[in-house]
Design a protein around this ligand. Structure first.
Ligand SMILES: Cc1cc2nc3c(=O)[nH]c(=O)nc-3n(C[C@H](O)[C@H](O)[C@H](O)COP(=O)(O)OP(=O)(O)OC[C@H]3O[C@@H](n4cnc5c(N)ncnc54)[C@H](O)[C@@H]3O)c2cc1C
Length: 293
């Protein structure tokens, strides 16, 4: 008989059935968590048996059963494929206000059982490509790039990269110690260019980096670093509006379509499913946050 308990619930989930603690469909355990902020965290999930192999840039779908229903979502793997057997899969996740799965995930205790399936996705690096790699992301869209760079480093074949990541607030920037460490030491030849879209917000006080959305700083960065279709390839991941805008900038500069690879985290114009249940202030906050991510 599956064990059940009621997880701490958020506004949208008060009437929902409890999360099933153990079930035959579960094939993995959520083993570790690192919080960057109340709404951003890395979660590690380890399979019961040997890990399913994947390529850096691909995603896995993780979920839990709520009552009779499987609640699950796809996440890019942020950890390198080489450590999947020993450490599991790392996912870097934003808690979406009004969302269905992420409020559950953020309330789940470490050690909880889960289901993981995959991998899926074609957002992977081309073989043997020594051009400058322009990695453009909003919010947690940096996850597949972190996996790619980590894996390349493990194989001793790092590729030159320019990593642009846009967030609303500086405290939402993920993997900063890793990326700045690589850049400082030269261990990975990456130029890390974070940007905040709300520079006047008090929480961004003291921010001395770039400002504006990531798609807005793309053109100046291309100019400053001399990046052209002849010497670089672009990968874009995250918010669909950002992806459309960044892609347009690249196409306008002559990048052929097959030199611009994209991974959309949600379809353009889509709102979280639980939004109707969220109050108006939360809904506005969420819509603005999504715009920035
Ligand atoms: C291929 C793929 C890879 C993904 N990888 C990641 C990842 O590595 N990290 C991650 O946080 N999310 C990732 N996502 C998004 C993830 O699958 C879920 O959509 C997200 O966690 C919201 O789930 P939810 O059930 O809480 O919200 P839902 O009720 O499903 O609502 C979805 C809505 O939430 C908003 N939303 C979704 N994702 C985000 C986000 N990351 N930031 C801000 N708003 C968002 C959008 O408005 C979207 O329409 C990925 C999606 C895809 C398709």
């Amino acid at each position: 008989m599956p064990r059940r308990y009621t997880a701490r619930v958020t506004t949208q989930q008060q009437d929902a059935p409890p999360i099933v603690a153990d079930d035959p469909v579960y094939n993995a355990t959520y083993t570790r968590r690192e919080d960057l902020s109340p709404d951003l965290a890395s979660f590690w999930v380890k399979m019961d048996g040997p890990a399913i192999p994947f390529q850096a840039g691909q995603y896995m779908t993780i979920g839990v059963k709520q009552g009779e229903r499987m609640v699950q979502r796809p996440y890019s793997v942020a950890s390198p494929p080489s450590v999947a057997d020993t450490e599991g899969y790392e996912f870097y996740v934003r808690k979406v206000l009004g969302g269905t799965f992420t409020p559950l995930l953020f309330d789940l205790p470490v050690g909880h059982r889960m289901r993981i399936i995959g991998p899926k996705g074609k957002f992977t690096l081309l073989p043997d490509d020594d051009r400058q790699h322009i990695f453009i992301s909003s919010g947690t869209g940096n996850a597949p790039f972190v996996a790619m760079m980590r894996e390349l480093l493990i194989h001793g074949t790092p590729r030159p990269a320019v990593m642009l990541n846009g967030v609303s607030y500086a405290h939402e920037l993920g993997y900063v110690p890793l990326l700045e460490g690589w850049e400082r030491s030269g261990e990975y030849p990456v130029r890390f260019i974070p940007t905040v879209s709300r520079p006047n917000d008090p929480s961004n006080e003291g921010w001395t980096g770039r400002t504006g959305r990531v798609e807005a700083i793309l053109a100046p960065v291309l100019d400053e670093l001399g990046l052209t279709p002849d010497n670089s390839i672009a990968y874009i991941c995250g918010n669909p509006d950002m992806i459309v805008a960044a892609e347009q900038t690249l196409l306008d500069r002559g990048y052929p379509e097959d030199q611009v690879h994209k991974e959309l985290y949600w379809p353009k114009g889509k709102e979280p499913r639980g939004l109707a249940a969220a109050d108006l202030a939360s809904a506005i906050e969420m819509a603005e946050a999504n715009e920035d991510q």
